[in-house]
Design a protein around this ligand. Sequence first.
Ligand SMILES: [Zn+2]
Length: 353
Amino acid sequence: MGPIRMVVPQAKATGAEAASGPSEARVRFLDASGKPVGRPRKVPVPAAQMMEAPASNGAILRAEAEPQIAFMTRLPTGASQFQVEQHGRSTIRAGIRETASPHPKKPDSRKRLGGADPRFVLAVLAERYDNEAAFHADCNRILAAIGAMPPFTEFPGRIAIEALFWKTSPSQGQLGPLQFGQGTDLIFGDRPLAAAFLKKAGIHSDRSIVLVNLRKRGGAGGTADFPAWVTNEPSATDQWESVAIHELGHAFGLGDEYDSANPQAPPGIEPNISANPSPDAAPWKHLCTSHGPGPTAHFNSGAQLPANTVGTFQGARYETQKFYRAQFSCMMRSTATPFFCVRCQELIRARLA
Ligand SMILES: [Zn+2]
């Protein structure tokens, strides 16, 4: 048997300070009776990643995701489970068969849903669905939520979903063990494995979502290299589809308008963000109803202004002071806001026209 890839399930913190930088974990293989087989080995623990996470009341923030340990190994003869010890975390013991990563394979089925002449196709990967019709119904819910929201309302049929279905167990799926955030609704699985499945389906990951059939609300932001994650469970304040629509906003080039700190923020500035407090200097100055040196509203204020006020609202792109957004509320700031601000609408419109 050749080398296999293992992904270690999330371990509980024990209270001892876990290393925040790269470190090492000790792996032991065991036989079915729990007796060690082969030699123990050390595997690297990567540094923690900042990830975009939904949270309560529609908030979106940056949360530190616990490092996910993945390693390639050859199995010693007789090994059926493995044990992982890492500083500051409880010891994990898991079955090898349940934990080994599957080889990426083509979807069992793929179906184009939505517009016949789309300008934009969002790939959605099924995870933990054993029923294709239920997966397609959830994809259609995402399409319906998008289609009900301006400016998508003006362009019926321009958005489509490429629904990629793999039949998997609802309790386990195939895209690795799920990791959960602390104090946020961060949920994600094996990101490199999800990207490998997408590649096998011939799709770029920057326009894709892993839709997890799970009775717990949550998700995680995507990047240029990895798809986003969304579960099909609503929260008290927002529909689960909203998390998918926020991610769609990123696929349209929109930046985050929330102010939760992100030490790993990418450089640059998106067209719905301004670094200048004056509305007259904003990239959306032609939309502004507020003028002058600005800002229209300082950080944590502006709620009392008429909701249609357009100007410079302090607090955006992971900063409370440095950056400005066009309106008080926007889907790129909170998923409890069921609309995009006029600047984001304008930018989406330009891509759909
Ligand atoms: Zn916006």
